[in-house]
Design a protein around this ligand. Structure first.
Ligand code: ADP
Length: 272
């Protein structure tokens, strides 16, 4: 599979401005303790609940480079470890993102790890215990992780919606933190911090999200995340009418069903 499709992103760590992250609980302290004790971390929670932003903010705070891999159902061990490439008649080895992160002592974030192929979990197991090693079969190499290396994985426990589960034996290898939708005051604060929108409108948006999240009977596959609220707020800051902004940024992404979107639209009209 193509190297580009695993989307490794680097450089969100030590350099540049600190990413905006509003702590919800004691997660920053848990992360720091896990980092100091060289323990791997599992972040559980729905999409858009701030997991990636949290990791970016912590990498910055700890002054470590961050390597992020967005896993999907075709992500394999080879994609992560590396492969031999042939160029101009020469064959050379190219590290994959996990190998690179282990070599440089970076923070490695495997987003949605349960979606990856099973051989990915086999590869990371020796990195999660006292061995802290990476076995690169194809390159005949065993790498010991630098002291500053940390493995962070995320997982969306949504198996009832057809998402994959993480095996209990794998879960037990991690210190785990749960993420969820923040309460209305905190969510309004996040929306203001992220977009600069006026606090009154931010509170209305957060109130709207709270109402939409209670509409169980509509059978939505996912309830609106903070990410959708941030998007709506950006459109409002850009000059769009709040109601229309919520229709296109919050309601339309959630459902294609005309009756459901009409019901959601009514809630928007009452809230804004
Ligand atoms: P996840 O990785 O859980 O899918 P993200 O970290 O990408 O979610 O969060 C989506 C967006 O929501 C972020 O880009 C940011 O705008 C916003 N967000 C959510 N939670 C927070 C938070 N606690 N602090 C700052 N921004 C947040």
């Amino acid at each position: 599979m193509a190297e580009a499709s695993i989307e490794p992103r680097e450089g969100h760590g030590a350099l540049g401005a600190a990413p905006f992250y509003r702590a919800v609980s004691d997660e920053c302290s848990v992360f720091e303790h896990a980092y100091r004790q060289r323990l791997p971390l599992l972040l559980k929670g729905p999409t858009g609940s701030g997991k990636s932003r949290f990791v970016e903010a912590m990498a910055h705070r700890l002054g470590r480079p961050l390597v992020t891999v967005a896993c999907h159902d075709e992500t394999s061990a080879v994609d992560l470890l590396g492969r031999y490439l042939v160029r101009g008649g020469d064959t050379f080895w190219q590290d994959g993102p996990v190998t690179r992160a282990v070599r440089q002592g970076a923070i490695l974030y495997l987003d949605e790890i349960a979606e990856a192929r099973p051989d990915v979990v086999v590869v990371i197991h020796p990195l999660t215990d006292h061995r802290r090693t990476l076995l690169i079969d194809h390159h005949d190499e065993v790498l010991s992780a630098a002291d500053t290396f940390m493995l962070v994985v995320s997982f969306n426990p949504g198996y009832q919606r057809g998402l994959k589960e993480l095996k209990p034996s794998t879960r037990q290898r991690f210190v785990a933190l749960s993420f969820d939708h923040p309460g209305p005051d905190l969510e309004a604060e996040i929306v203001v911090g992220e977009t600069g929108i006026d606090p009154k409108t931010a509170r209305r948006l957060a109130g709207l999200a709270g109402k939409l999240r209670k509409l169980d009977h509509l059978g939505l596959a996912e309830v609106p995340s903070t990410r959708l609220l941030v998007d709506a707020a950006k459109l409002i800051v850009s000059g769009m009418a709040p109601r229309r902004a919520c229709e296109v940024a919050v309601v339309a992404p959630l459902s294609d069903d005309a009756e459901v979107t009409a019901a959601l639209g009514e809630v928007v009209a009452l809230a804004l």
